[in-house]
Design a protein around this ligand. Structure first.
Ligand SMILES: Cc1cc2nc3c(=O)[nH]c(=O)nc-3n(C[C@H](O)[C@H](O)[C@H](O)COP(=O)(O)OP(=O)(O)OC[C@H]3O[C@@H](n4cnc5c(N)ncnc54)[C@H](O)[C@@H]3O)c2cc1C
Length: 424
């Protein structure tokens, strides 16, 4: 074992959780190794930029979800919608993250979008929903309006985990990109290190090893369960997962003159596990989506476009198979909720004057979660039965606490960092 391969903490994955942990721990003087599967390509809103980082993962016969495999993880392509962690639910599990939530709120620009940044299509959708009696409200967003030139949309204005990666590196963390961790190494029930390979332009290196008394697995809700299985924790994912499936519906409003827009700024809860939300994506995203579906009339008419999303709470089910694939089938209750959501969504679009309405098709509208359960697979320190191996990412968020998870993940990562610093 070479001295230079030893660290205080190894963090696997540089997304929201991994970046926060690496920043907090290296800022406090720890020797941190941050291993990231993705490369250094700067996150940009361009076709080549997205093709380089976006990864579609099948979750069921009709269901797919997306993630970003790059430095900064999925925050490179998320929408910045904020749901707050249900603190009482977390307390019931023995985890008090209220102080860390306050810290996150102090550190980051979190607020509803000012009206000047809400495009005509979103304003119209909101008016139509409210006219139909729906409780359509603004969401808080992780968006800094000061970064928006004029009154317009800006990709730069969203908070990205890559900023925390830069802070971590400035504080001395060692970032290794294109490093895919296969498994965690252990001895006598204690995690001691990780095995990873580096992807070079023409080949992949033989396995390398690095060692630390504390390992944090933050490879994301899809990758972490697989790494845990490969590390001998066979029980992970056996009881299935949730994935919050949904639809997006798009139409065209003749005469509308919409400009570029932040998606997700408003929505409403219909009750019984059905939510509607603003699906008026940016011009760039709209182009990619309509091209992908071959909807050329919509593609040409962004200023007239109007969109609404449906998301439901599905039951916990499906499985993570031995070959690493996820499989889930929706039950009759899920389908009934999807149908109810679609009916309401069509009513809102029609009221808004939309024509040529089409359903973009079923996909995972929320996140995949619940495969690494707090209280079952990890304790209140997010530690697995392998001592020294912690899991901190979307995979540990329990069913009852699902929502758009970024602020919850930031708070959890800060909470875990404090614990790791106390134990060091
Ligand atoms: C299109 C889209 C829109 C979204 N919108 C919102 C929103 O509005 N609000 C919200 O709160 N959330 C949103 N999300 C979800 C949010 O972005 C993610 O939940 C969050 O970024 C997850 O953070 P994480 O740290 O758990 O994992 P990730 O961000 O997925 O980070 C995991 C990292 O680990 C790396 N990795 C994976 N496997 C390995 C391996 N074997 N070895 C080493 N590294 C590995 C990945 O490359 C990645 O960088 C959205 C997501 C998407 C895709």
């Amino acid at each position: 074992m070479r001295e230079q391969d030893h660290y205080d903490t190894i963090v696997i994955g540089s997304g929201t959780c991994g970046a926060t942990l690496a920043r907090e721990l290296s800022g406090a003087g720890q020797r941190v190794l941050l291993l990231e599967r993705g490369g250094p390509a700067p996150a940009t809103e361009s076709v080549m930029g997205f093709v380089a980082i976006a990864d579609q993962v099948k979750v069921g016969d009709q269901l797919t979800t997306a993630r970003a495999l790059t430095t900064g993880g999925s925050s490179s392509m998320y929408f910045g919608v904020v749901n707050y962690p249900p603190l009482d639910e977390f307390r019931k599990l023995g985890l008090d993250i209220s102080a860390e939530l306050d810290e996150v709120k102090r550190e980051l620009p979190i607020a509803p979008l000012p009206d000047r940044l809400i495009g005509e299509q979103s304003q119209r959708l909101g008016e139509s929903a409210r006219a139909l009696g729906l409780d359509w409200n603004k969401h808080d967003m992780l968006i800094d309006p000061a970064q928006c030139e004029g009154d317009g949309y800006s990709y730069r204005a969203l908070w990205r985990a890559r900023r925390y990666v830069d802070d971590a590196v400035a504080s001395g963390a060692q970032l290794v990109q294109r490093a895919t961790v296969g498994r965690v190494l252990s001895e006598g029930g204690q995690a001691i290190g990780v095995q990873y390979r580096i992807r070079k332009p023409l080949y992949v290196t033989p396995p390398r090893e690095a060692y630390a008394p504390r390992i944090v697995l933050a490879a994301g809700e899809l990758a972490s369960p697989q790494i845990l299985r490969a590390s001998g924790l066979d029980e992970i994912g056996r009881r299935g997962f949730y994935c919050s499936p949904g639809y997006a519906l798009y139409g065209l409003v003749p005469g509308q003159q919409a400009r570029d827009n932040f998606v997700g700024s408003m929505g409403c809860d219909l009750g019984d596990g059905v939510e509607l939300g603003d699906a008026n994506v940016s011009r760039f995203m709209h182009r990619l989506m309509m091209l992908g579906k071959g909807k050329f009339k919509h593609l040409r008419n962004y200023p007239q476009s109007i969109g609404i999303g449906v998301k439901i709470k599905d039951g916990h089910g499906g499985e993570l198979r031995a070959d690493g694939r996820l499989r889930k089938t929706l039950d009759a209750g899920d389908r009934a909720r999807l149908e109810r959501g679609e009916r309401e969504a069509r009513r809102v679009l029609e009221k808004a004057g939309a024509r040529d309405v089409f359903n973009f098709g079923l996909s995972v509208a929320g996140r995949v979660g619940g495969m690494v359960a707090i209280g079952e697979h990890v304790d209140t320190r997010l530690e697995t039965r392998l001592r020294g191996l912690h899991v901190c990412d979307g995979s540990v968020i329990p069913d009852a606490m699902r929502g758009t998870p970024t602020v919850t993940l930031l708070s959890m990562a800060k909470h875990l960092s404090k614990h790791l610093l106390q134990r060091a």
